[in-house]
Design a protein around this ligand. Structure first.
Ligand code: ADP
Ligand code: MG
Length: 708
């Protein structure tokens, strides 16, 4: 049974608590440095240690208790204190049971003091709001103060002056905007942290109003806990509605200081983690715990596993920073489980975020300053996926569909891991120290095997491509043996799912050997459950491994070996220093995964294998020549010698413009004219096919071409 408290008991409580030396000092400090300091912060445990029941009563009746507290605060200030100079009373460090997840906020929380943890997705600029309006009666001139809460101005109903000449009848008032009292306000939107989300649920959001001295301390992308009172407001969109929107009047804000704070590692966990790290099959086990329902893709899974652990961020003596986070790109035909892998990783990785390149949000993948209805006409800073994934993993699907804005700003964000926004009074630098796991489809929907290099079929700017440590090409070509394996795997996944779904009753289903099915599909169950993986990863981040001499040699030898392939008559550049850094990051990650303080030769070997594997696959598609410029620059060595793509385009267009009839130009004519311009026959045929494909040409009749 909850204990109830009289007003006098509450006041007595506050007098006792705020009478302590600690608070006397705070009051003195405020008196000396007002208005810079104008809040008294009371941690919840101070109320709790005074009286546990009162502390609990406070959570249920915060408005009443705070009002009593504010009276005590006023009385504790020096006698000469101006009554209009408000000092705030802010409660911090709410207990565990006052913490509510956004998705669990209900009507029962209205008027209650709760703590909500999450990511600040939006934050408006700070603007003054009128808190006390001064009105003058238009007949008798009496001054009337009205407290203001909402967005709409509240006017007096009638003149309250009993002695006025208007005889309390007047209903016309003038606002004295200059003499009214204002406070700073900021509106924020909190999105529940991804850790609370399971099964790919959409994150829920809540709006918070932050006032006075704490307005403006939150920026989009911050990981915070907001403590405050839940209130409701009528929805704006209808005239009169019984559906109310919930928001929070924020009393105090706490910033999450440490990385991976949200992951608790107990002593017991630590023992288990150390035991896991000593398992000779550690690497295999970890790979088997990544998307086990997806068949094969061993290299991709190894790469993603290493990405999860990450290389080490370094700050050099001259102040420059070297990124440790790795970026991985999967480009592939439709239906090869790219999206599936990304979704899985966004759930598995600490601070994982899943977003699509073609997302509808204004912030896109990075961040934006927007003026929309959320800000009620003021500018709002909105954080995109990369900012929300700060110190985590950003899983970006359909990267090729991203907006032109993201296209131009993304590589900057990936490299410097910062995003600057300067627009309309908002200047902010948002951190996006995340790894990125991205997926994209080929330019024409599916990889073509007509000899066009794979990299030419990826619709991403070269500058962006070069930021990825590893790029995997996933093709879906019929292959009897692999098809058989995949088919049986997928069918087994479904059958195991069916058996799991039946659950307890499974043994009763006749005609199927449940135990045999479960045994046969054991590999579809992750070796380490997700919770444990997250703890293991978080734990490993404490380690900064150092390369041994042998490791340095292995990497050097391998890198120089590949470099040398470009020397001589070939004269291409097979690999650049960017890939050398990738070697280092991958090796560090591998050592971290073993919780090793040193990066050993085995770690280097693992990274060498991955880099060679991905480069080999890409270069094989282009006739086996190792030429990094093929993918990382606009023109490879080979292409620089021949006509540029844009020239080809304009040659074909000008031929149509010059020789075209109402039927367009026939293929034979086209080839002969193009030949005169120095364009070989097969080039012309290919270009025509490509231009038909992208819709810039069409066939008015068979064998003829016209501009669309
Ligand atoms: P993408 O994003 O590459 O177009 P999806 O992730 O949507 O492909 O995958 C399509 C479906 O095919 C998913 O249901 C996935 O489980 C299945 N699938 C494709 N490849 C595999 C695989 N290697 N192992 C298991 N399932 C697969
Ligand atoms: Mg997909």
């Amino acid at each position: 049974m909850a204990v109830s408290f009289q007003d006098s008991e509450i006041t007595a409580g506050w007098e006792e608590i705020l009478g302590k030396d600690k608070y006397r000092l705070m009051f003195a400090d405020i008196a000396a440095s007002y208005p810079e300091k104008r809040s008294i912060y009371v941690p919840y445990e101070d109320i709790d240690s005074y009286n546990t029941d009162l502390a609990m009563y406070f959570l249920d009746n915060p408005d009443k208790c705070l009002n009593k507290g504010k009276d005590v605060v006023k009385a504790s200030l020096p006698p000469a204190w101006d009554k209009n100079d408000t000092v705030n009373l802010r409660i911090t460090n709410l207990p565990r049971d006052a913490k509510v997840e956004v998705r669990h906020l209900r009507a029962k929380h209205l008027g209650k003091l709760v703590a909500v943890e999450g990511l600040a997705r939006k934050a408006t600029t700070v603007k003054p709001r009128m808190t006390r309006a001064l009105f003058r009666c238009s007949r008798c001139g009496a001054e009337i103060w009205e407290n203001q809460r909402g967005v709409l101005m509240r006017e007096p109903l009638m003149c309250s002056n009993p002695d006025g000449s208007c005889n309390k009848q007047a209903t016309q008032f003038e606002l004295d905007a200059k003499a009214s009292v204002y406070t700073d306000t900021q509106k924020i939107e909190i999105q529940e942290s991804p850790e609370g989300l399971r099964g790919g649920a959409q994150p829920e959001r809540i709006t918070g109003f932050v006032e006075d001295d704490i307005a403006g301390i939150i920026t989009a992308g911050n990981r915070i806990t907001i403590n405050g009172i839940i209130r409701s407001a009528e929805k704006h969109d209808r005239d009169k509605s019984t559906v109310f929107e919930i928001f929070m009047d924020v009393l105090s804000v706490e910033f999450q200081e440490h990385e991976y704070d949200e992951i608790q590692i107990t002593e017991e966990d630590e023992l288990r983690i150390l035991e896991m790290s000593r398992d000779p099959r550690l690497f295999e086990n970890i790979i088997a715990s990544i998307s086990p329902t997806i068949h094969g893709m061993n290299e991709v899974k190894s790469a993603i596993a290493l990405q999860l652990f990450g290389g080490c961020n370094k700050e050099m003596d001259d102040g420059t920073a070297i990124r440790g986070d790795m970026h991985v790109l999967l480009v592939g035909d439709p239906g090869v489980a790219k999206s599936q892998v990304l979704r899985y990783m966004s759930m598995l990785a600490p601070r994982g975020i899943y977003a699509s390149g073609k997302s509808a949000s204004a912030a896109g993948l990075t961040a934006a300053a927007v003026k929309d209805e959320f800000g009620d006409g003021r500018w709002t800073l909105e954080a995109g996926a990369l900012v929300l994934a700060d110190k985590g993993l950003a899983c970006i699907d359909e990267l090729d569909k991203m907006t032109p804005q993201d296209r131009s700003s993304l590589h900057e964000a990936m490299e410097s891991q910062r995003i600057s926004v300067a627009k309309a009074g908002i200047t902010a630098t948002l951190q996006c120290r995340c790894s990125m796991l991205a997926a994209a489809n080929p330019k024409y929907g599916r990889f073509e095997t007509d000899g066009t290099s794979i990299t030419k079929q990826i619709d991403l700017p070269p500058a962006l491509m070069s930021r990825f440590d590893l790029i995997f090409v996933l093709t879906d070509k019929p292959n009897a043996k692999m098809d058989r394996e995949l088919t049986s795997h997928i069918l087994n996944v479904h059958r195991r799912g069916q058996v799991r779904q039946i659950g307890e009753e499974a043994p009763l289903v006749v005609g199927v050997d449940i135990k045999k099915i479960k045994d046969e599909t054991r590999s579809i169950k992750p070796v380490y459950e997700q919770e444990m993986m997250r703890k293991y990863v978080a734990y490993s981040k404490r380690i900064v491994p150092v390369m041994t001499d042998e490791t340095m040699e292995t990497i050097e030898k391998n890198y120089l070996g590949i470099r040398a392939m470009g020397a001589g008559e070939n004269d291409s550049v097979p690999i650049t220093a960017r890939q050398l850094e990738a070697y280092v990051r991958l090796s560090e990650a591998s050592a971290r995964m073993r919780l090793s303080r040193t990066v050993e030769a085995e770690d280097a070997a693992r990274s060498v294998h991955l880099v060679e594997y991905y480069l080999g696959r890409i270069f094989a598609s282009a006739g086996g020549q190792w030429d990094i410029d093929m993918m990382m620059a606009d023109h490879s060595k080979k292409e620089r010698e021949v006509l540029k793509e844009s020239d080809e385009l304009s040659i074909i267009q000008s031929i149509i413009d010059k020789y075209g009839t109402s039927d367009g130009v026939s293929e034979e004519e086209m080839i002969s004219h193009a030949m005169n311009e120095g364009m070989p026959e097969e080039k012309t045929r290919k270009k025509l096919k490509q231009m038909i494909g992208d819709g810039s040409l069409y066939n008015p009749r068979n064998g003829y071409y016209k501009r669309a």
